[in-house]
Design a binder for this molecule. Structure first.
Ligand SMILES: NC(=O)c1ccc[n+]([C@@H]2O[C@H](COP(=O)([O-])OP(=O)(O)OC[C@H]3O[C@@H](n4cnc5c(N)ncnc54)[C@H](O)[C@@H]3O)[C@@H](O)[C@H]2O)c1
Ligand SMILES: [Fe+2]
Length: 359
């Protein structure tokens, strides 16, 4: 008999326009004496006083800005952990408010406040051994699925890989579509396409089962409604995209992502290309793997007037290309999902080098 994954999910979910206003009440029973809550807020909100005034700080609570100019690294996580320990001592919990990068930072810092050593030691699968401190995720961009996933993706000294564990999912998430309403159209597109790509990779992967299909099909339908069918963007689009991200994340929880993610990880490691944009650059060149979806994707690019960067791997050194190929081929489960258990015969170093050269 095969063994089925028994995966840990987010404990509490609140969804709705204005739900952010309930945060104070949600946190109240989680406060341990005078120990502060730490609010880790995406630096995009640094000069948004109206928003910051709604963060329910009490007593000795701290608000720290997450610098997400670059996507999160193990060094940044360790630094934040040290800072929080030094400045706050024991805390009641950490609340990450921002895009996928800020949410991953919050998850990882929560875990590193209770697990010894560097976060780089925990990049991989099921290496985390202790629950982190209470952690809350509040997305201000939708698409990554980081709000529901059991990973926190970090760029480390040797690899870009998540802290995948049963202790990684948030204890609470607050899904308030109003918080994503102000995102610039290009950023919204790139992050939204992360969800679209999750759906395609999950639905066309070999790991697919009825659980993943149910969530993946729903997420794909919602993505199509907002990016293909509707003209213009409104509050209803924010709600649909927020639920697409959630369902897309649930879909890959029980399956896996595929070629676009495997290739885009190599790009991110060497060139620090951001996740959503990198996936789009790669997906555009994946007609041989996902022909119909790539055609649909190109239609969405046109409709939303998105110009993808071209020639991003031009002029790279031999060593850099080799590193990209190595990082990408290191994502074995992604390739196995996309191409089957004999993926190594199908995706040789040469074939992957040629793919990178086209980006
Ligand atoms: N844990 C997971 O399961 C998972 C899955 C996919 C991706 N990721 C990670 O998520 C990250 C990508 O997340 P993302 O696409 O949400 O972007 P992001 O968090 O990297 O943010 C992109 C930019 O948008 C800004 N921003 C955030 N909210 C905004 C808002 N409301 N309005 C305007 N600007 C805003 C940020 O400051 C940043 O400059 C990557 O680090 C990737 O590795 C994690
Ligand atoms: Fe992704």
């Amino acid at each position: 008999m095969s063994t089925f994954r028994n995966f840990k999910m987010v404990d509490y979910v609140v969804f709705g326009r204005g739900a952010f206003g309930q945060l104070d009440g949600i946190l109240a029973p989680r406060r341990q004496g005078g120990a502060p809550m730490v609010f880790l807020v995406d630096h995009f909100f640094r000069d948004k006083p109206a928003f910051l005034s709604r963060v329910p700080q009490r007593g000795k609570d701290r608000l720290l800005f997450a610098d997400v100019t670059e996507e999160p690294s193990t060094r940044q996580v360790d630094g934040l952990r040290d800072q929080i320990r030094a400045e706050c001592g024991a805390i009641s919990g950490i609340v990450g408010i921002g895009g996928g990068s800020t949410m991953d930072l919050a998850k990882a810092v929560s875990l590193m406040l209770t697990n010894a050593g560097s976060s780089a030691d925990y990049q991989g699968w099921d290496l985390v051994t202790r629950p982190g401190v209470y952690k809350v995720g509040i997305p201000t961009l939708s698409g990554t699925g980081a709000e529901v996933s059991r990973t926190a993706v970090l760029l480390g000294p040797e690899k870009k890989l998540g802290l995948n564990s049963d202790f990684t999912p948030f204890d609470q998430i607050v899904l308030d579509p109003d918080l994503i309403a102000g995102a610039p159209a290009t950023q919204r597109f790139f992050t939204g396409m992360d969800c679209y790509v999750h759906c395609i990779e999950s639905l066309q992967g070999t790991y697919l089962n009825a659980f993943s299909r149910a969530y993946g099909e729903k997420a794909l339908e919602l993505c199509r409604q907002v990016f293909v069918e509707k003209d213009g963007w409104d509050g209803d689009s924010d709600e649909r995209l927020m639920m697409a991200s959630y369902a897309g994340g649930m879909s890959i929880a029980y399956s896996q992502v595929g070629v676009a993610h495997a290739v885009s990880y190599g790009l991110a490691y060497v060139l620090h290309t951001r996740h959503g944009e990198g996936n789009c650059i790669v997906f555009d060149q994946l007609e041989e793997f996902y022909p119909e979806a790539v055609r649909e994707f190109r239609g969405m690019l046109q409709k939303h007037r998105i110009e993808l960067p071209r020639g991003v791997t031009r002029g790279l050194s031999e060593a850099q290309v080799e590193k990209m190929v190595t990082v990408s081929l290191g994502m074995a489960p992604l390739w196995a999902n996309a191409l089957g258990e004999d993926w190594q015969r199908k995706m040789t170093r040469e074939r992957l080098r040629a793919l990178y050269a086209r980006l």
